[in-house]
Design a protein around this ligand. Structure first.
Ligand code: AHR
Length: 324
């Protein structure tokens, strides 16, 4: 089945390169044709996203790939429109980071019918038909949630009372929100004293995190821990906690995911207690995969990003050299 799709990709790349007015063959050879990539980005909701956009744009330039870029402002209908427009423009490859997991089959089938290969980057779709895309490059979000939960289990080893956790989820229906929740819940089962007492979406934004935390503080006098699905939400929560006269990192512990500069600064200042890294630097790998897919070479179905975790001490050591 995979062999068949490679043949289809090879045929498609010849067809689309011709459509772009080229005379040479597929990507990476002859050097006369430029690959055109249509990239449908989620939006600009977080520091992570800004770094990811920069990485994709810089890597495309370095790789000699002509990048058509669109920002969906966190709306699925905008991403679908952008993908349809890339199909009409007969780009060589489409890459996108799906804002939510569901509802992509129709547009992905349209791309397949047009013989334009699709690469998923950063976030997954829940399509059961895996032939609708060539590969998925990005983090293991379940693992990230588990790392955050495992840190908390360790941190609360000596707790004698219930530990009240509030969770600020990412965008509802998105792969990172679904998976981080799942991984975190799985890990904290190890200590029955750990209880999620409230959980709401902050849409991966700083303002969302602040608003949700304000409401949590109003309704729950005894919050011990915030689990925020990204740094920006955690930074918003810090503002709400300080405005309520409490000390973030001490009165209320905070664990987040991403490790962008602002998050790492708050971690090294003691306002966040632990960060699980999610790397936005996907550009170089994405361009390599795109070239291979267009050349008809085989690529792995899944490419998982390598990531680490940071304590406050580790954050102090690496902060100055953090590239984003
Ligand atoms: O999909 C990756 C997530 O999306 C990042 O953790 C978050 O910051 C972003 O908005």
């Amino acid at each position: 089945m995979f062999k068949k799709s490679l043949i289809a990709v090879a045929a498609a790349s010849m067809l689309t390169l011709t459509a772009c007015g080229g005379t040479g063959s597929a990507a990476g050879n002859a050097g006369t044709d430029k690959i055109t990539m249509g990239f449908a980005q989620v939006g600009a909701e977080s520091g992570w996203r800004t770094a990811n956009t920069k990485s994709v744009q810089e890597s495309a330039k370095k790789a000699g790939i002509d990048l058509k870029f669109s920002d969906a402002q966190q709306k699925q209908e905008n991403q679908i429109k952008a993908i349809r427009s890339y199909i009409q423009q007969k780009v060589d490859v489409i890459a996108f980071s799906p804002v939510v997991e569901s509802g992509w089959d129709t547009v992905l089938k349209e791309a397949k019918t047009a013989k334009i290969p699709v690469i998923l980057t950063d976030r997954a779709v829940d399509s059961t038909d895996k032939t609708l895309y060539k590969t998925f490059l990005g983090s293991d979000f379940v693992e990230e949630g588990k790392k955050a939960g495992t840190w908390l289990v360790d941190e609360s080893k000596s707790a004698t009372d219930t530990v009240n956790i509030v969770e600020i989820q990412g965008t509802t229906g998105s792969a990172p929100a679904n998976d981080r929740k799942e991984g975190f819940e799985e890990a904290i089962k190890a200590n029955p004293k750990l209880k999620i007492i409230a959980s709401q979406s902050g849409d991966f934004t700083r303002s969302g995190g602040k608003q949700v935390m304000e409401a949590f503080l109003k309704n729950n006098p005894d919050i011990d821990v915030v689990f925020a699905h990204n740094d920006d939400e955690g930074l918003g929560a810090i503002e709400a906690i300080e405005a309520a006269g409490k000390v973030p990192g001490k009165d209320i512990k905070i664990v987040t995911i991403d490790a962008v500069k602002d998050g790492m600064t708050a971690l090294s200042n003691g306002k966040i207690n632990y960060i699980v890294e999610c790397s936005p630097m996907l550009g170089d790998q994405l361009m390599d995969l795109a070239k291979k897919v267009i050349a008809g070479e085989s690529v792995p179905e899944r490419v998982v990003t390598e990531e680490t975790t940071f304590t406050q001490e580790q954050a102090k050591q690496v902060l100055a050299s953090r590239p984003y």
